[in-house]
Ligand binder design. Structure first.
Ligand code: HEC
Ligand code: HEC
Ligand SMILES: [Cu+2]
Length: 498
């Protein structure tokens, strides 16, 4: 009964165009905060008014004729066919109307698709169930998930009233921060299933498909916080990966970039922790990252997500379990890149000593750090991940081709896969394939040059990789990933060029 009353109240408020305290019942599209979103709004209004006008004219004529020319007044139906004048009029008028709508619509569509001359690019990757943002220019990289308050409240029988949570299901832990008045190009892809990135205030929505790149752009004029959601329909959990965009004026944005880069440099806390500390911290990490699939109590979803409660993997060798959590397995995502070493150690320890399990052991962040591929773990930009390596190897020494290839594979996996993909197949047309690439199979100096200085969206690696890593990855791309050029370059030669 109460529900019905609320519904009626909502409908009445909606009809009156009033805002209720709880939600906005506005009838029209939102205007948004970009030129494009305003253009789209204007286009919508133009078309709406044209339709209203047509409706009034057509129905007006109809009702007028029906009333004034009715039979009891003595009118007789006119019998005419193939009246050329009438046919010409009813062809020309709709054509003119259609053209008058098509011209502004085409203009807006072209503008919507024009990602050229952007000031910066952000790669957006959809994951089950979070978003990953890669700032291709500054190297900033992080994951953005549902905020903790919403996540707690949304659990079945949580006992928390969602109305007591501000921005329920529309808030995240790390928002996407962008500068105002800059043309920002987005490239969209996904790591698992199809997602869809939608912030109404920006005026558009884009699908994020695995193995495929979509593009869009925005330029926000006013600083502010703009909220949106994943609008993919397949699977309820897309409803729990909201999007928050924070637009800041350039000085504030610059300060944010600096702060974020400094934080990333700090890396994970690798100090040893007590068993109880790890378990306590692991509970939070588990709730945020694992409970969607394995469920809060660890009972899993039979047939889809195995139970961790009593799992032979969780009760077995701790290293083997860490291997699965770090590198993933089938539908289980790889967490090596998403969580820091201390968080990984905590959540692994937690699964073994909670959720009905009592193994009694723990793993320390240091042990996890050793298992991570270099450069993964901390959401550190590529620059930081390779810096310590350069220190560990002050003098560049001669290496054999095989040594270079082996090392190059590691460097490739932590610095290049996100764009050129695991097998070097790339994501054409945005990220070229390295397998069979004319650059990789051509002159080695030209390849080194391109990688030193970057090109378009290809970052410059001259300063971010050590001479050894640089030589190794060049050698690897030419002799791995399906290429067999059979040459190599020594770190010394790279050093001379850096
Ligand atoms: C998107 C869903 C999903 C999320 C999120 C997820 N897992 Fe899994 N997990 C799976 C699936 C599916 C498997 C089964 C993999 C297989 O064997 O094919 C699995 C397997 C496991 C296993 C091995 C269990 C066994 O008995 O085989 C462990 C341990 C595990 N996950 C831990 C975690 C931890 C810890 C987290 C959070 C950091 C996590 N998972 C997050 C889907 C998920
Ligand atoms: C942020 C995404 C990104 C990353 C990371 C990246 N690249 Fe690229 N790469 C590109 C793009 C985009 C191009 C195309 C540049 C152009 O021609 O405008 C490219 C081009 C290249 C080319 C020339 C290929 C051709 O056929 O034109 C080579 C070689 C290359 N990259 C190697 C690497 C190596 C090795 C790494 C890792 C050390 C790497 N890239 C990391 C985006 C990336
Ligand atoms: Cu989604």
């Amino acid at each position: 009964m109460n529900k019905t009353k609320q519904l009626f109240a909502g409908l009445i408020l909606m009809a009156l165009g009033q805002e209720s305290a709880r939600a906005e019942y506005s009838l029209n599209l939102v205007k948004g905060v970009t030129k494009i979103s305003n253009d789209i709004y204007d286009l919508h209004m133009l078309t709406l008014w044209i339709c209203v006008l047509i409706g009034i004219v057509v129905f007006g004529t109809m009702f007028y004729s029906i009333y004034h020319h009715r039979k009891d007044k003595g009118h007789k139906a006119e019998q005419f066919h193939e009246n050329t004048t009438v046919e010409i009029i009813w062809t020309i008028i709709p054509t003119v109307i259609l053209i008058s709508m098509a011209i502004p619509a085409t203009k807006t569509m072209l503008e919507l698709d024009d990602v050229q001359d952007s000031d910066m690019s952000i790669k957006v990757t959809g994951w089950q169930w979070k978003w990953e943002y890669d700032y291709l220019d500054s190297g900033i990289h992080f994951f953005s998930s549902l905020d903790e308050a919403s996540n707690k409240a949304r659990q079945l029988d949580s006992g928390i009233d969602p109305r007591s949570v501000s921005n329920y299901l529309l808030n995240v832990d790390h928002p996407l921060v962008i500068p105002t008045n800059k043309k920002i190009r987005f490239v969209f892809t996904a790591a698992d299933v199809i997602h869809s990135w939608w912030v109404p205030a920006l005026g558009w929505k884009k699908d994020a498909n695995p193995g495929f790149i979509n593009e869009a752009w925005t330029m926000v004029e006013k600083p502010g916080t703009y909220r949106g959601q994943c609008t993919e329909l397949c699977g309820k959990d897309h409803g729990f990966m909201p999007i928050v965009v924070v637009a800041m004026d350039q000085p504030d944005y610059d300060a944010w970039v600096k702060k974020t880069q400094e934080e990333a440099q700090k890396g994970p806390d690798l100090s040893d922790q007590s068993h109880d500390q790890l378990v306590a911290k692991g509970a939070t990490v588990y709730e945020k990252n694992c409970s969607t699939c394995h469920l809060p109590g660890g009972e899993g979803v039979p047939g889809a997500f195995p139970a961790l409660k009593g799992s032979s993997v969780v009760k077995g060798d701790i290293k083997a379990q860490a291997e699965i959590v770090l590198n993933g397995k089938n539908a289980m995502p790889a967490f090596a890149k998403m969580l820091k070493a201390d968080e990984l150690a905590a959540v692994i320890t937690y699964t073994r000593n909670a959720l009905g399990n009592k193994v009694g052991d723990e793993i320390q962040p240091k042990a996890i750090q050793e298992m991570l591929p270099e450069g993964a773990g901390a959401s550190a930009p590529a620059a930081e991940s390779s810096a310590p390596k350069a220190e560990a190897q002050p003098a560049v020494s001669e290496m054999t081709k095989d040594e270079l290839i082996a090392r190059g594979k590691e460097v490739y996996e932590s610095n290049c896969v996100s764009c050129h993909q695991a097998e070097g197949q790339g994501m054409p047309p945005t990220f070229p394939a390295l397998t069979g690439s004319p650059v990789v199979t051509g002159d080695i100096k030209a390849q080194v040059d391109l990688m030193m200085n970057g090109k378009g969206m290809m970052p410059a690696f001259g300063k971010t990789l050590s001479a050894t890593d640089f030589a190794a990855v060049v050698t690897y791309t030419r002799n791995g990933l399906g290429n067999a050029v059979n040459d190599f370059i020594q770190p010394k030669e790279i050093e001379a060029m850096q």
